[in-house]
Design a protein around this ligand. Structure first.
Ligand SMILES: Cc1cc2nc3c(=O)[nH]c(=O)nc-3n(C[C@H](O)[C@H](O)[C@H](O)COP(=O)(O)OP(=O)(O)OC[C@H]3O[C@@H](n4cnc5c(N)ncnc54)[C@H](O)[C@@H]3O)c2cc1C
Length: 431
């Protein structure tokens, strides 16, 4: 087909959903525009390993232009999408405007502070590679500063509070606890880490509430074995940068709160209709078309689809995003003229898993739940398989093997883009 006859498919977001869709459509008779505010794809499931200095950011990021180097049909554009106009079929970005024949919204989610501005100001999110690096810096700088901080101010610095007992919170808490156990005493032989506390705060009555009872029970057991203080049925009401307050009146003095307790869809100007539902998600039909809009689709975390099996929408998982992208690509390839032949999306849950630390993980398969060493190997194998590029796989494999044998890594480097205050004159050097 000539360039002239080709339909222009504009994909917003190159996360799990958008990237998969572009890859599936790259050979089709369409002109694909893939727009993202970053020039790389980020692998969110391993961000906690960047935050805890186990992996380099580049190991979990992959340049989009490299993915499509040989694809004349796919046009990568670096821009932040600001709004859309579904009447004139236009997308507006900070850099250019573009017309579409079909628009696919796959811009995912952002951290949800549930309207609490103070939490937004003081708590640390972990939703992007840059935020993971900021968290890595915070963790490492805390111990550097602790060396010259007066005793009376140490308590708040040495309390790490992670809010949200889902996979992100559990994995991060476990990884910081392992740092405390294996790495920090070696790096800072002149420091006492018995006063370093890691709290995991969860609003419901269990960690990994979306997984099986087995996973809930063992994730908590593993965390507690590693010294994490797990508080369930505990809701955060405020955080002022010094003290986190809970709804039951409890308080913890802390300079370090990580917020892993919720997400909401990224919003765009022009997206306001009955299809905008709970958590800023976009309500779609079984073909991922946004209800009430023509030729506008949503896939991945931002899409909300009710099915018999998932009457409250699908879980916001990479596998759902990837499978929605595959299904939509197959339907788009069939063409609008064959819409009666389009296949409705059905999610087949192949299982879920989370790791708490070395040899400590939980896996829920549809008919079998297990935990421990074998679950940990399974978790590693699945993530290793999912990561993009042979080079990244190799780097991750080497890092994982090294830390398996020596419980250490060589990645604890504080990289700061901005020049920051380096000396606290009010504080006196202890040694
Ligand atoms: C820390 C963490 C750990 C996770 N662990 C797991 C796990 O172990 N297993 C699992 O299945 N799921 C996990 N998830 C969830 C999983 O990452 C998401 O379900 C998945 O990323 C959703 O894919 P998506 O394509 O919808 O969105 P994303 O992957 O978030 O991609 C959205 C893309 O849109 C881009 N974008 C956003 N707004 C704009 C804009 N205005 N303009 C241009 N571009 C924009 C972003 O840069 C991004 O590239 C985890 C999530 C997090 C945050």
């Amino acid at each position: 087909m000539s360039e002239v006859g080709k339909k222009r498919i504009v994909i917003l977001g190159a996360g799990f959903a958008g990237l998969k869709l572009a890859r599936e459509l790259k050979q089709s008779d369409n002109k694909i525009f893939l727009i993202d505010r970053h020039n790389y794809h980020q692998f969110q499931p391993l961000m906690y390993q960047v935050a805890t200095s186990r992996l380099e950011p580049s190991s979990i990021s992959f340049p989009l232009r490299k993915v499509f180097q040989h694809e004349k049909n796919v046009h990568v554009r670096l821009a932040t999408v600001e709004g859309i106009d579904t009447y004139s079929k236009m997308v507006y970005t900070n850099n250019f405007d573009i017309k579409y024949d079909k628009l696919i919204i796959a811009i995912g989610c952002t951290t949800n502070y549930f309207g609490n501005e103070r939490l937004k100001e003081y708590a640390m999110p972990m939703k992007s590679v840059t935020e993971s690096m900021a968290l890595r810096n915070r963790i490492l700088l805390t111990f550097e500063k602790a060396l010259y901080t007066p005793e009376k101010d140490l308590k708040a610095m040495m309390n790490f509070v992670i809010v949200g007992g889902g996979p992100t919170g559990v994995e991060l808490a476990g990884a910081i606890a392992e740092m405390k156990k294996f790495i920090l005493p070696k790096d800072y032989p002149d420091m006492d880490f018995s006063n370093l506390n890691i709290f995991l705060i969860e609003g419901t009555d269990a960690t990994l509430i979306s997984m099986s009872e087995n996973a809930q029970k063992f994730s908590r057991k593993y965390l507690e074995e590693l010294g994490v203080i797990v508080k369930t049925n505990t809701l955060v009401s405020d955080y002022d940068g010094d003290v986190v307050t809970f709804q039951d009146g409890g308080k913890i003095e802390t300079k370090n709160v990580v917020w892993a307790a919720g997400v909401k869809g990224n919003l765009l100007d022009g997206l306001k209709g009955d299809y905008l539902v709970r958590g800023n998600r976009l309500k779609v039909d079984r073909f991922n078309e946004i209800e009430g809009l023509e030729d506008v689709y949503a896939i991945g975390d931002i899409a909300y689809m009710e099915t018999e099996k998932y009457p409250r929408g699908h879980p916001q998982l990479a596998n759902v995003a990837i499978n929605q992208a595959k299904n939509l690509a197959q339907n788009i390839i069939k063409g609008n003229d064959n819409k009666d032949k389009w296949t409705p999306f059905e999610y087949i849950d192949k299982g879920s898993m989370a790791t708490v630390g070395k040899k400590r993980a939980v896996v829920d398969l549809p008919n079998y739940k297990f935990q421990g060493w074998f679950a940990w190997i399974t978790w590693m194998a699945v993530h290793f398989w999912l990561i993009l590029s042979v080079k990244n796989k190799l780097v991750i494999f080497i890092n994982w093997m090294m830390s398996y044998f020596n419980n250490d890594s060589t990645l604890r480097i504080i990289l700061r883009a901005k020049k920051s205050k380096t000396s606290d004159k009010s504080m006196t050097m202890k040694t």
